[in-house]
Every structure is written in C-alpha cells, then in structure tokens.
Design a protein around this ligand. Sequence first.
Ligand SMILES: Nc1ncnc2c1ncn2[C@@H]1O[C@H](COP(=O)(O)OP(=O)(O)OP(=O)(O)O)[C@@H](O)[C@H]1O
Ligand SMILES: [Mg+2]
Length: 181
Amino acid sequence: MATVTRTGTTVWLTGLPASGKTTIGSALVRALVEDGRPAYLLDGDELRRGLSSDLGFAPADRAEHIRRAGHVARLFADAGLVAVVGLISPLAEARARVRAEHYAAGVPFTEVHVHASPEECARRDPKGLYAKARTGELEGFTGVDAPYEAPTDPDLRIDTEHTRVQDAVAEILARLPPGVR
Ligand SMILES: Nc1ncnc2c1ncn2[C@@H]1O[C@H](COP(=O)(O)OP(=O)(O)OP(=O)(O)O)[C@@H](O)[C@H]1O
Ligand SMILES: [Mg+2]
C-alpha cells in the first residue's frame, strides 16, 4: 500500500563483480540525497550479511537473493524513496520477476547494466575475488565459473571503461521516470 504521495522508484544496477555497481550506486544516492531526494543503496554485500545471510551461491539461492532484494526495493520505492539496488543479479529470469513485481504494484523500475569487460573487472579486482576464483580457492564466482546473463534489453547500459562515475550518475538521473525528480 502506498503511504506517501511522492513517487518512489527502483534503480537496479546489475553487472559483473567489480563492474562498478557499488561505486556508481553510492555516488547516485549521494547526488539524490544532496538534492533533497530520499534515496538508499541496497547493496549486495550488505544484504548478504543480513537479509540473505542464510543463502549461498547456488542458482536457487541467487534467485531467492534477487527476489528478496527486489521485494525490499519495491517496499522502499512504495514509501517514496529512490531504492538503488547494487546486485550482481546474474539471472535474467529472476530480474524479470522483480520488474514484474514492481509493475504489478505500479512502481517504476529502471534496469541499468553496469558493464565492463570480464578482463577489465578481473584487472580491477578490488576485493581480490577474481584472483581467488582463478586459483580455485573460490568456486562458483560470477564471470569466472558461474554465468552472468547480461540484460538483452536494459533501460540503460553504462560502459564503465569509458564513462566517468559522475557521468554515469548524470545518465541515470536523466532516465528516472517523470515525477521522481
Ligand atoms: N567509471 C567507473 N565506474 C565505476 N567504477 C570504476 C570506474 N572506473 C574504475 N572503477 C573502479 O572499479 C571498481 C568497481 O568496484 P565496485 O565495488 O564498485 O564494483 P561492484 O560492481 O560493486 O562489484 P561487486 O559485485 O563485487 O560488489 C572500483 O575499484 C572503482 O574505483
Ligand atoms: Mg558491490
């Protein structure tokens, strides 16, 4: 049930590990909040520590993680916030279900593919996880030995090898539905 008149929305950032979801998501939330617009980053790492701490990385667990994040985002958006989700979310069908849940509730949803090549992501490797996946220390790592189903028709695709963070934020802001900004 909508509790406020201001329109909220969900911005869903999907992409390979180290593609830039958290970096861009944080900058986007900062820009919105500085502009007086309530916004919050629902980030995969944080959700994995709490909301989804009982889940692993098998496909069914990944689908459930995406479902939970999508549901929370939809509730945040329903409350009038801009819910920014930064989640690898490698499963296209699970992402489609999140979009469908939003539309069924009349909540706008913007899917952003945060893209960088697998080689570039592995080179950045800010958490050292690509290195661990390469040596076999970590199994089922997206982009190395678990699939990433890239969006075929995202609302926006940002190539972070050629787009600065501040320009990515501007592009996303320009795409937010009317009434949100
Ligand atoms: N144009 C850019 N946009 C975003 N990140 C960039 C860009 N150029 C370089 N980077 C760097 O790439 C790295 C992206 O890391 P970040 O944690 O944001 O990725 P992520 O998609 O959230 O990964 P994960 O799925 O592991 O959480 C950071 O070290 C960031 O500084
Ligand atoms: Mg991240």
